[in-house]
Design a protein around this ligand. Structure first.
Ligand SMILES: [Zn+2]
Length: 120
């Protein structure tokens, strides 16, 4: 009887710890996920969630792909192709610049509910 009770406590402890770890993980995960701000010629073209996999067509000149929390310039019609060759960006403040098309992709902090309301 005594052993069983100890076992039950142990199992419950493990479950609580696992649940807590999961919650902490999701909290930190959502905090890390940022926004992708696309600017064309100095003006904001659009803002996109980094955690949402999507394809963004920028003025028929550039194609930006957001996948697994990273933004990557997939295609561009610029002659230098520097933006396409640029590594994926995912951290706050990282940018991909396409100079010929005046496209700037910037990673920014995760949006709050208020910012979402403004964008929508
Ligand atoms: Zn380019």
């Amino acid at each position: 009887m005594k052993m069983k009770k100890m076992d039950l406590i142990l199992v419950l402890t493990v479950i609580v710890l696992a649940l807590g770890g999961f919650l902490l993980y999701s909290f930190l995960g959502s905090k890390d996920a940022g926004r992708v701000v696309v600017e064309v010629d100095g003006e904001v073209y659009g803002e996109y969630e980094l955690y949402e996999n999507q394809e963004i067509f920028i003025n028929d000149t550039n194609v930006l792909i957001i996948e697994n929390g990273e933004a990557n310039m997939y295609e561009a019609n610029c002659p230098d192709q520097i933006c396409v060759e640029h590594v994926s960006v995912s951290k706050n403040g990282e940018t991909i610049v396409c100079l010929p098309n005046k496209v700037v992709v910037t990673i920014k902090e995760a949006a709050t509910g208020d910012l979402d309301a403004v964008v929508n």
